[in-house]
Design a protein around this ligand. Structure first.
Ligand code: CMC
Length: 446
């Protein structure tokens, strides 16, 4: 358990004066005492771990909106106030002063690195960019039009086969190799993403350039052509770094809790992040950034200024992609930071994108509309990120792959936390609503 967690049951009054130490639940005329747990930032939880044993009841929470699945030291979100912090550091400060690789270190290891630690970490990531030559042949097994998320999840798992000593499913052994596995995954996820793009374009793979920083190297592996080196535009590379940084972790979202779920069964880090990629793919999660561009293009194609689409969203005929969030009920701080980056990138590239104007109009219209105000629906990080990725030249169906590269530190940190602290497999219960017991009917009598 985190040292910062106050478990207020251990001694009467060990919580603050106003915090109750227990809650009581009365059901069927019997009262049950539920310990109260209080997090570092004052989040309150009822500990229901013994509820079923003691009362015969379980808690039902479809979608887990009221369920804390773990105690975690990594990221903190206050959705009502629009706060996101990693290991205590506000996202705004990290976005302003840090880089993706430094934030990855922070998220994974819990502290900001010293200059020496950062240099060594960068060096290890840099040194791991190559793919085993045999591994590169796996790409030929996919049809050229394969979805890059399908390729990525398969490849993350396949990668483990090349490092059997790091993917043993023996926790102690896998944790002993954690530092190596971490830098390997952070580096190779980017190489695999670029190689997938090259495969789909029918272009030769580019080898990494050691002298380049993380994002420039990615852009080089994506866009360099034989005898024609790609020169990253600094504003573009900076925006990409910011994009990855802003996605580094986000507490118990769908993919991260999937990673923890898989890890709780003892699966290795490669398998766990491969599962995370699959969970991220859906349009309500990481797939939203591609869905935003598709939505903006459709609005543009039908000559709508956005107002017709807003009406469709209000009547349930459409969903305003890039809007709304399970946790943020004020604004998504990442969206604020990235909205400004979209302007900078387009300016640096000397481009105008009518989709940015439509996005701005949609945002203004939605923020002034009662439907969105009442439901506390605000732009999320995906609302503007697609415009930036599109300007960089990333194909729309690869946007979610970019999200996966960014989220890798969070998945890794959550795998480590689970492997180090979880003793029990994650195994929710259910309320069965199917038919009662009935007897088998032979096929000729049905
Ligand atoms: N457009 C129109 N109406 C919406 C939207 C939207 N984007 N999002 C929620 N609503 C409505 C919803 O219809 C419901 O209305 P009512 O109360 O009348 O039935 C109400 O708002 C509550 O919505 P919900 O679906 O119960 O909320 P949720 O917490 O289950 O879903 C969400 C959160 C992010 C899945 C949802 O807001 C959504 O589908 N947004 C669009 C997809 C998107 O942008 N996803 C990226 C999330 S950020 C990146 C990440 O972390 O993955």
């Amino acid at each position: 358990m985190s040292s910062a967690i106050k478990e207020t049951t251990s001694a009467k009054g060990s919580g603050s004066d106003i915090d109750p130490t227990t809650a009581s639940l009365t059901v069927g005329g019997k009262s049950h005492s539920l310990p109260v747990i209080i997090g570092t930032e004052g989040e309150r939880a009822l500990d229901t771990r013994k509820l079923r044993n003691e009362s015969g009841y379980i808690a039902y929470d479809d979608g887990y909106g009221n369920t804390g699945s773990c105690l975690s030291n990594i990221s903190y979100i206050d959705g009502e106030k629009g706060i996101l912090r990693h290991r205590g550091y506000p996202i705004e400060q990290l976005a302003r002063h840090s880089s993706f690789i430094e934030v990855a270190y922070l998220v994974i290891y819990g502290e900001l690195p010293s200059a020496e630690q950062l240099a060594q970490f960068r060096e290890r990531v840099r040194g791991n960019a190559h793919l085993h030559e045999d591994f590169r042949h796996h790409f030929q097994g996919f049809p050229p039009n394969s979805h890059p998320m399908a390729v990525l999840s398969s490849m993350m798992n396949a990668l483990g086969c090349y490092y059997p000593n790091m993917s043993t499913n023996n926790r102690e052994t896998d944790l002993a190799h954690f530092d190596d596995t971490t830098t390997l995954l952070l580096s190779k996820v980017r190489t695999i993403a670029a190689a997938t793009y090259r495969m789909r374009m029918g272009r030769p793979f580019n080898y990494s350039r050691g002298s380049f920083r993380y994002v420039d190297n990615f852009l080089h592996m994506m866009f360099s052509e034989p005898y024609e080196e790609y020169e990253p535009v600094p504003e573009v590379a900076d925006a990409l770094d910011l994009f990855l940084l802003l996605h580094a972790d986000h507490e118990q979202n769908c993919s991260t809790s999937t990673v923890r779920m898989v890890a709780s069964g003892g699966a290795n880090l490669f398998a766990s992040v491969a599962a995370g990629v699959c969970a991220l793919w859906g349009p309500l999660h990481g797939g939203a950034n591609s869905a935003v561009i598709q939505m903006l293009e459709e609005i543009h194609a039908r000559g709508d200024d956005g107002s017709r689409f807003i009406e469709d969203a209000k009547t349930g005929k459409a969903r305003l992609m890039g809007f709304g969030h399970r946790v943020y009920k004020n604004f998504d701080p990442r969206a604020k930071i990235f909205g400004a980056a979209a302007e900078r990138v387009l300016k640096a590239l000397g481009r105008e994108d009518p989709l940015l104007d439509i996005a701005r109009r949609l945002e203004q219209a939605a923020l002034a509309d009662d439907y969105f105000i009442e439901r506390k629906l605000y732009p999320n990080v995906d609302f503007y990120s697609g415009i930036v990725l599109k300007a960089i030249g990333i194909p729309v169906d690869m946007f979610t792959v970019m999200f996966a590269i960014g989220r890798m530190p969070g998945w890794i940190a959550n795998w480590k936390e689970t492997a180090e602290t979880t003793k029990r497999i994650h195994r929710p219960r259910q309320i069965y609503t199917g038919p009662e017991k009935r007897d088998f009917v032979p096929i000729e009598k049905r």
